[in-house]
Ligand binder design. Structure first.
Ligand code: PHE
Length: 466
């Protein structure tokens, strides 16, 4: 019997390499790529941000991703159980820390997914495209709590439904349909936006770096965004890795996942900035960027085309978000199923309800409840941004500790043995040298320094220091 079947006997598992890669890429590709990446690039210098982002992926994120998948596959259980099994002592807490981060990420992520879902409905079937002032519309829209409550409830319900179906029948099947659809819509929109007048100014802003624009902030945002976008630092890939067969090549899978995710982020920028510049708009508008700018572009396409293209675009965002919310929910679900031996379905529905409730302050934080909109916290005045900032910190710190875990506890030799399964030419290869050096030195050193700086920045603002 092939190893993967014996291995996955009780917990279920991905049907094979493609299933795993699609699901992990689906986890990675999400609101982070299509919503957050363009607006962060827009507020942080465009091409300079892109450059630092790519360096982070290569230097830090790719090795961390390999590390997480290896830990998960070796231990064959949830994030807490994996650290506990391989590390003993108090290492399990590192897994719990990640599970908690996943819980909070999903709480605000689901709110933004609800916005996107609402835009899909409003553009496709409502009269959103007839509004004169789309910036103002967005401001009012995010405070129109009644419908948004229902949209995010629906989104959470859909996520829970898919996750409750298990790995192969739920998670994998959903990703196999949604991921290809996403690429097709994205490429169509890029072709459209590149043909608009003044599109090239947007391309230049996005692709020609101005080194003077790169500040410590650029580096922190690029770093935390890279970890967020690749779903690293909180155990999602440990959990998905636990469903991977021993005959699969972790290193090459991680490369494909990283490339898939980075290409969607890159392509989203290539879609958004030509549009921004062709409309003569400001790239640094923050979270409302795609909601306002893209909708204006759809408006310019005329009532019928606008509905079709705009509707497909927001549908794409919903697809992307759903494949990520699925993975976020799977992290705590796997923990309760594996560790507490609870049945999957009630667990999934139960935590979804809890996460939804924890998301309510984020839902109410866009102005309707003034207190939640004006927190006395540096740089993240509203509750949603505050939770998102705290999660960013926990991803960087989580990834940093993961490196220390492999380096000092699990040991590089055991890590390499795991990577060599399904990859006979791993030992002695230059990729081994690179990954080993990155996990032993580059990542722990840089991530330790950056974790501290990111924490100081988020709480106090580093501009006082530099
Ligand atoms: N990577 C997802 C995105 O870019 C978000 C995410 C973070 C998903 C962490 C799972 C774990 O939208």
């Amino acid at each position: 019997m092939p190893q993967k079947f014996t291995y996955m006997a009780n917990r279920g598992g991905f049907s094979g390499r493609i299933g795993f890669i699609l699901a992990a890429a689906g986890s990675a590709v999400g609101l982070g790529n299509i919503w957050r990446f363009p607006y962060l690039a827009g507020t942080n210098g465009g091409a300079g941000f892109l450059l630092i982002y790519l360096i982070c992926i290569l230097l830090l994120c790719f090795p961390v991703m390999v590390g997480e998948i290896a830990i998960g596959r070796k231990a064959g259980t949830d994030a807490y159980g994996s650290y506990q099994k391989l590390g003993g002592g108090k290492w399990g807490y590192l897994g719990l820390f990640g599970i908690l981060a996943g819980f909070f990420i999903l709480s605000f992520y689901n709110v933004v997914a609800g916005w996107a879902f609402g835009y899909f409905l409003e553009i496709s079937f409502g009269d959103l495209l007839t509004h004169q002032n789309l910036g103002q519309f967005f401001g009012e829209y995010v405070n129109n709590i009644g419908p948004l409550f229902l949209f995010s409830l629906a989104f959470m319900g859909l996520t829970a439904f898919i996750v409750s179906q298990g790995i192969a029948k739920g998670i994998e099947a959903a990703n196999k349909i949604m991921m290809p659809g996403l690429y097709i819509i994205l490429i169509g929109l890029i072709i459209y936006s590149l043909t608009l007048p003044n599109a090239m100014a947007g391309v230049e802003f996005y692709l020609v770096p101005d080194l003077n624009e790169i500040t410590p902030r650029t580096i922190f945002y690029a770093l935390t965004q890279a970890f967020f976008s690749l779903s690293l630092g909180m155990g999602a890939l440990i959990t998905y890795g636990s469903y991977v067969g021993k005959n699969q090549n972790i290193v090459s899978s991680a490369a494909v996942i990283s490339i898939a995710d980075t290409s969607v982020a890159f392509l989203s920028g290539l879609m958004v900035f030509p549009l921004v510049f062709s409309l003569g708009a400001e790239p640094g508008q923050g979270p409302k960027l795609i909601f306002v700018i893209l909708t204006e572009a759809f408006q310019n396409m005329g009532p019928i085309m606008g509905r079709i293209v705009g509707g497909s675009f927001f549908l794409l965002i919903c697809f992307a978000a759903l494949t990520s919310t699925i993975s976020l929910l799977e992290v705590p679900a796997a923990y309760l199923v594996d560790q507490k031996k609870l049945p999957r379905k009630p667990v999934v529905w139960g935590i979804s309800a809890l996460i939804f409730i924890f998301g309510l302050p984020s839902l109410f934080s866009q102005g309707i409840v003034p207190f939640l909109n004006k927190l006395p916290v540096h740089n993240s005045p509203d509750f949603l941004s505050f939770v998102s900032d705290m999660c960013d910190i926990s991803l960087t710190v989580g990834a940093c500790f993961m490196c220390f875990f492999i380096r000092n506890r699990w040991k590089i030799g055991n890590f390499n043995d795991e990577l060599a399964l399904g990859n006979p030419s791993f030992f002695g290869s230059s990729i081994q040298t690179y990954i080993n050096f990155a996990i032993s030195w580059v990542c722990p050193v840089l991530l330790s320094i950056l974790s501290i700086l990111v924490i100081v920045d988020k709480f106090f603002g580093l501009e006082h220091l530099f």
